[in-house]
Structure formats: C-alpha cells, structure tokens
Design a protein around this ligand. Structure first.
Ligand code: ADQ
Length: 399
C-alpha cells in the first residue's frame, strides 16, 4: 500500500479536527445535542481543510482510480474533488451513526452537509437504521426522491444530484482474532491478570474513553450487581480498559473526571484488602494481548449509549474459547446489536437491567453459551471485513 500523508497546522487541527469534527459533528451524530458546540470559523476551517486535502489528492489520481472516503471528517470531500475537475467514482462510508433528522437539525448548516454528501456516487452506512435516517432527511427536509422499488442500493435524487445509498455493516476477521486470542494467552500482561484474578469471574470492557460509550452507566451497573448480591463481592472483577482520546475537547475532559470519581467511589465503598472491584486502566494494548484478555473474560460488557457498529463486541465474541465461551452483554444502541442478536441485549440506561444481564451471564449453562457463541460466530464469518469491503467496492464500481 502506498500512503500519501500530510500534516495539519495548529489552526487547521483546532478548527477542523478538534472543533467542527469532534465538538460539533461527533456529539450530533451520537444523539447528544446537549454537547454540540458550534463556531462559524471552525465550520469554515472544516470546509477549508477538505478543499485543501482534495487539492493535494487531485494530482495523484489516475483516470481509472476508484476513491473510497471514510468518515465524518470528510463529508465535503467529494464536492471539493469535483470542484478540482475529478470525474472518478467516489464513495463514502460513515463509521458512526447517522442521526434522525430531528437531531441533525440541531447542527447549524446541516443542509449544506447533506447536500455535500449527495456529491458522492455511493453512500455507505453501518445499519439499516442509519440508512433510514438519511433517507428520511432526503425525503422530508430536502424534498428529494428515493426509489422505493426495493432495489439495494437505493437510488437517491436530491440537490440536483443522483447517487446510491445502502447499509454495509463493517466486520472483522473472526478466525484471525480467535488464533491471536489462543496464542496471546502466554504473554506477561495476560499472566498478570490471570494470577491476580484468583478464580474470580472476569467482566471486561474495552473502549476509547468517550462519552458515547456509556462507561458511567456501566460502572453503576457493576456497582448495582455487587450491591444487590453480596455473594458476588470478592468473586467478580471488572476490568475496564479505556485509553484517553481527544483530551483537548472539553466534553472528554469532563467524562474522564466523572469516571475517575465514579470508579473511586465504587472501589472506596466495596474494596477489601485483597480485592478491588473495578480495575480502570487508561492504556493502549497490543491486539494479541487484548484478544487473549477477551478470551479470559466470562462476560464482555459492551454497552455504548450510541455506536455506529462497535468492533469490540465482534472482537470479544471472536476471541472466545469455542469449548467454553463467555457471554456478550450488548447495548441495543450499538450497530452490532442488529447482527449479534444472540448476545444478551440491554438498554444502557437501564442500570438494573444491565446488572441483571451480568448475573444472567454468570449463571448461563454451557450449552446455552455455546449455542449463542456459534450463532454469532456464523454471522461474523458470513459478513467478515472482506465481504464488507467487496460489497461496497462492487456497488461503487457498478455505478
Ligand atoms: P471506535 O469508536 O473507535 O470506532 P470500535 O468499533 O469499538 O470503536 O473500535 C475500536 C477499536 O480500537 C477496536 O478494534 C478495539 O480493539 C481497539 N481498541 C480500543 N481500545 C483499545 C486499547 N486500549 N488498546 C488497543 N486497542 C484498543 C468507530 C465507530 C464505531 C465503528 C468503528 C469501525 O465509533 O462505531 O465500529 O469506527 O467502523
């Protein structure tokens, strides 16, 4: 693979990346209008950087290149490329949710953004729900037309453009992760976790530290579990791995402080001399280590408030021992819940419901754990990341 990379100067980083991308679009697209910040200069910076990236890419392109653009940082990218005379096929995949129109309307200039999206030839969303939200905007807000003949991808006409749109749920390579999980088990980090567990059950979560991931609610659910069932105390350990991201955006500083307070409160209340209920670690780990840790965990607790897909859910299932698999507890608001229906599906705002699901997972008999695991693995194999890529590129090239 050949990469062309360019750096951003501080003003561009602040306006384009930290500002409009991560303080306006990210909260809006994750259904958090209360966290949306909008600054006109940042929006101008967002458009300017997209134009500049397009200007730098245009001379590198050959006539038969197919261009695949990823994510919310690059919504105006096709429009910008077209302005430089690029005629190639251009597709866009949105890794995060697409919000319902009533949420998107909170973003000033939302119409310009959706108009920019319509300059792509193909739009890919994670789930049917995201696709439907986009179509609703086209229908109700943009007075566009959508071909309702059941064809997939759907034909869209809006803002004087014709394009196609469909759902392409992103996948993983489940068998590669399974192999990593098996081999990674002898590493030092994994041995440390095993030796300090002392046969306690392990509940595990891995997320970027982000307010969309539902960490506070999850910590409270774990506290509720040990509060209501004292027999669980000292018999279960919760490992939360969450490296900081975007720590220069205010909302991310706030969530970090809130989590530190919450884990401190819970550990202060319930810890014993030989047991800390929550281990909360701000670190990146190598993929084999994470995979091996997933395999040790009796419960994978993946409870985002909103998530485009959530690959951790798919990685956790893939990493399990087929002869003794753990149980995935999964938020109904993760895109992955549309495919991994054999998980224990929870509402991440229902603290008691999540505590009950963890207790159910602990008690689940081996045959049921195996059936659920096998159903989910079959789904992950059928829609692995190559299948996802090939479907998108086939539709993009088909025109
Ligand atoms: P993210 O919000 O980053 O991705 P996710 O899908 O869970 O969320 O992917 C995170 C990846 O980073 C996983 O592969 C995970 O293993 C890895 N990771 C997380 N914490 C780690 C740590 N401490 N050390 C090492 N690796 C770690 C966005 C969207 C998602 C969507 C993906 C892909 O928000 O909804 O699923 O893109 O489309």
């Amino acid at each position: 693979m050949t990469f062309a990379t360019i750096g951003l100067v501080k003003r561009d980083y602040d306006q384009y990346y930290r500002g409009f991308s991560n303080a306006t679009l990210w909260p809006a697209f994750h259904y958090r209008p209360d966290l949306i910040e909008f600054d006109r200069d940042e929006y101008d910076g967002y458009r300017r950087v997209n134009r500049w990236l397009a200007e730098r890419l245009a001379p590198l392109l050959r006539a038969d290149d197919v261009i695949w653009v990823h994510d919310y940082h690059l919504i105006p990218f096709a429009q910008a490329l077209r302005a430089f005379g690029v005629k190639n096929r251009i597709g866009f995949f949105l890794n995060i949710p697409f919000p319902a129109p009533q949420i998107l309307l909170n973003v000033p200039r939302h119409r310009e953004l959706v108009e920019a999206l319509c300059a792509f030839d193909l739009l890919g969303f994670q789930t049917e729900l995201d696709l439907r939200a986009f179509c609703e905007y086209i229908d109700v807000e943009a007075y566009g037309t959508l071909a309702r003949d059941g064809a997939n991808p759907i034909d869209v006409q809006a803002f004087g453009q014709r394009l196609k749109a469909s759902a392409y749920p992103i996948g993983v390579y489940p068998d590669e992760i399974a192999a990593l999980a098996k081999d990674g088990g002898s590493g030092r980090d994994v041995e440390i976790v095993k030796s300090t567990l002392h046969h306690r059950k392990l509940v595990m979560s891995v997320d970027r530290l982000d307010y969309s991931k539902g960490l506070v609610e999850r910590f409270r659910a774990f506290a509720r579990l040990i509060e209501h069932d004292p027999a669980q105390r000292n018999n279960v350990s919760f490992l939360q791995i969450a490296p900081s991201t975007r720590s220069d955006v205010d909302a991310y500083r706030d969530i970090r402080l809130q989590l530190e307070a919450e884990s401190g409160r819970i550990n202060g209340r319930y810890a014993e001399l030989d047991w800390t209920p929550i281990r909360y670690i701000h670190r990146q780990y190598d993929r084999p280590v994470l995979a091996a840790l997933f395999r040790e965990a009796h419960v994978g607790l993946v409870t985002p408030l909103r998530d485009g897909m959530n690959l951790v859910a798919k990685e956790y299932v893939s990493a399990q021992d087929p002869d003794d698999p753990g149980v995935l507890v999964l938020s109904q608001f993760a895109g992955a819940a549309r495919e991994l229906t054999a998980a224990l599906i929870v509402n991440p705002l229902d603290i008691d419901g999540m505590a009950d699901a963890i207790a159910t997972a602990f008690k689940m008999p081996l045959p049921e754990r195996k059936t659920r695991y096998e159903e989910m693995m079959a789904q992950l194999r059928e829609n692995n990341v190559s299948v996802w890529r090939d479907r998108f590129l086939r539709d993009l090239k088909a025109g």
